[in-house]
Design a binder for this molecule. Structure first.
Ligand SMILES: Nc1ncnc2c1ncn2[C@@H]1O[C@H](COP(=O)(O)OP(=O)(O)OP(=O)(O)O)[C@@H](O)[C@H]1O
Length: 275
């Protein structure tokens, strides 16, 4: 049966990403359609960040084909269509800026050269803050916010650019449980609005109601790509998700690492995904 599918938002065919001439992630083939919410799982150092950062042009595309919105990555210029919330990033205490000012930065790609936000720009900034539940903190100095709240400011900053895809690297890592819950709600709201999301995460549990597809990267290869239900059913047969090498700033295997248990909590196929 032939079926016309819309142009994928992201299309990889045997793609490789890395640093200079060193390929870290290889042989990746996957299409992401508009509205999909992908969780990218895998052990530390397996290449998840390299994959998403490669899509954003932040490291090198070293092989295969990559297209964004039907345009070859090398020819792609509409960078504002991909919003990015980087990994382990909070706003530096040395920056004196209000929440509003930080979120307004996200609007820059859309401003004219003289750079004054219009009423419409200001409305978008306000709406972005509302979406992350920080409208009442718009005038607060960002350095007075908690790490989890700062993460939400960064999500709002990405949203202010009105991207077609939101790429987030470990949005819920290292924040306390209450903030994690709020972040999950924010992401659920975005999913409801049909925002396409690529979420690198070790924590599937907070995202279980919004993720529509799971991609596992192991040792630089895509080792699983399927629905959360299939992931739950096949998980036992998949390569271990928690035995990668660790970055220097992370606890060694075997040490207590509560906030980043890989893919914590199996998704029970009968147990209420999208309950
Ligand atoms: N800037 C860089 N230059 C060279 N190599 C890098 C760079 N950043 C990451 N790497 C290497 O690429 C490999 C994959 O790292 P990557 O950050 O993509 O893994 P990850 O799956 O996102 O891990 P984590 O879950 O720990 O964030 C690692 O071997 C890492 O050392």
């Amino acid at each position: 049966m032939t079926q016309t599918r819309p142009t994928p938002v992201i299309s990889l065919h045997d793609a490789a990403f890395g640093y200079a001439d060193r390929a870290v992630l290889t042989g990746a083939t996957l299409d992401v359609q508009q509205g999909e919410v992908l969780a990218l799982l895998g052990p530390n150092g397996s290449g998840k960040s390299t994959l998403v950062r490669g899509l954003l042009g932040l490291n090198d595309h070293v092989g295969g084909q990559v297209e964004l919105f039907g345009t070859r990555l090398e020819d792609f210029r509409e960078h504002a269509r991909l919003g990015y919330v980087p990994q382990r990033h909070t706003l530096s205490a040395s920056v004196r800026a209000t929440v509003n000012e930080i979120v307004a930065i996200g609007r820059l790609p859309h401003l004219r050269w003289w750079g004054r936000p219009t009423r419409a720009d200001r409305a978008i900034i306000e709406e972005s803050l509302e979406l992350v539940g920080l409208a009442d903190r718009a005038e607060a100095d960002v350095s007075t916010l908690s790490g989890g709240q700062q993460r939400r400011v960064l999500i709002a900053r990405a949203l202010a650019a009105q991207p077609d895809v939101l790429v987030m690297d470990e949005p819920t890592a290292g924040v306390d449980e209450a903030n994690q819950r709020v972040l999950s709600e924010v992401l659920a709201r975005l999913a409801e609005r049909g925002t396409t999301m690529l979420i690198v995460t070790h924590e599937l549990e907070p995202l279980r109601d919004i993720v529509s597809r799971i991609v596992v990267v192991t040792s630089g290869r895509v080792s699983f790509d399927g629905s959360p239900e299939r992931f739950a059913a096949e998980r036992a047969a998949l390569p271990a998700l928690d035995h990668g090498h660790h970055h220097d700033d992370e606890p060694r295997p075997g040490s207590h690492r509560p906030a980043t248990t890989p893919a914590a909590g199996p998704l029970d196929p009968a147990g209420g995904h999208r309950a």
